[in-house]
Design a binder for this molecule. Structure first.
Ligand code: OGA
Ligand code: MN
Length: 292
């Protein structure tokens, strides 16, 4: 295994591993440590069946089955299809996953540990890949907060609401998603998590808030909560914390949802096809059944 750091605030490429077979325990532990340290790992030139993608992912924790029960690999509901392709006029996958800054599952009691995406078709224009996935480093974002704000927010919690991102997609991005029904909203009530999480791999603090789902700092008056969240969102999105993964066909991209936030860049047209298969790993190996 050879590790090539991106040279940015996060991101590394791991060469020499075949993810289609179970990792030996020492290799597994090394990959876990690398993920904590670099936040985003890419494994180029992989060849995986959907079942092998699932088998690789589930070494890291329990896999989430998306509540929408749609765009799943036949017989493998843990493997979800992200794509803008149509078959007989119908979408074969979720076409607008993650197209703004967010953290997967921060709105859930059991938060997400890792996402693992396998790139099968990647759009290119003039030799450049489209549909990059961007990340920001939440270890660095925490470290660089003003000391006074670290002290002020220490021990406080943030409310995360699934509906925030959903409505933003509908209203600002012109998506065809219908509004959530009352039943769907009741099934996903807002949940709270510490604003600063101690990262289970690195043992360091991370800023655990994101523009997609965070709506409120519970312990602050509403106006201070609003101002503080706006500050945190601007702070965490600074260029110096960023890394952009440029996809190649055959990449497995794995990221840590506690130590990073991410954004899917929607810069490709309907005829420029993207097909990715994805597993989402919950953080239950670290937190047991309880929320963090
Ligand atoms: C996700 C997501 C990013 C992408 O799968 O959680 O946000 O580039 N996708 O597809
Ligand atoms: Mn996402």
């Amino acid at each position: 295994m050879e590790v090539v750091e991106s040279g940015y605030s996060l991101g590394a490429r791991v060469e020499g591993l075949d993810l289609s077979r179970p990792l030996p325990p020492a290799t597994f532990r090394a990959v876990e440590q690398l993920l904590g340290r670099h936040g985003v790992l890419s494994f180029p030139r992989q060849t995986l069946t959907p079942a092998q993608l699932k088998a690789y992912a589930q070494q890291f924790g329990t896999l989430e089955v998306n509540v929408a029960n749609n765009y799943q690999e036949p017989g493998l509901p843990e493997v979800m299809i992200l794509s803008n392709k149509l078959q007989d006029g119908k979408p074969i996958g979720l076409a607008d996953a993650g197209q703004d800054w967010h953290t997967d599952m921060s709105y859930s009691n059991m938060i997400a540990f890792a996402n693992i995406l396998y790139g099968i078709e990647i759009p290119f224009r003039d030799g450049e890949p489209l549909g990059c996935t961007e990340f920001c480093n939440m270890h660095a974002a925490y470290d660089e907060l003003p000391d006074s704000l670290k002290a002020r927010l220490d021990g406080m919690t943030v409310l995360h609401d699934f509906n925030k991102f959903w409505e933003r997609m509908r209203q600002e991005k012109g998506s065809t998603r219908p509004p959530l029904t009352e039943a769907q909203r009741r099934a996903k009530p807002p949940v709270s998590h510490p604003v600063f999480l101690t990262h289970p791999i690195t043992g360091r603090k991370v800023l655990y808030a994101n523009p997609g789902y965070s709506v409120r700092i519970n312990e602050l008056p509403p106006d201070e909560s609003e101002r503080t969240l706006e500050f945190l969102f601007r702070h965490q999105l600074q260029e110096k914390f960023r890394y952009r993964h440029r996809w190649s066909v055959g990449d497995v991209l794995m990221w840590d949802n506690m130590g990073t936030i991410h954004n899917a860049v929607a810069d490709y047209a309907p005829h420029e096809h993207r097909l990715i298969k994805r597993c989402q790993v919950m953080a239950d190996r670290y937190f047991g059944r309880a929320a963090p």
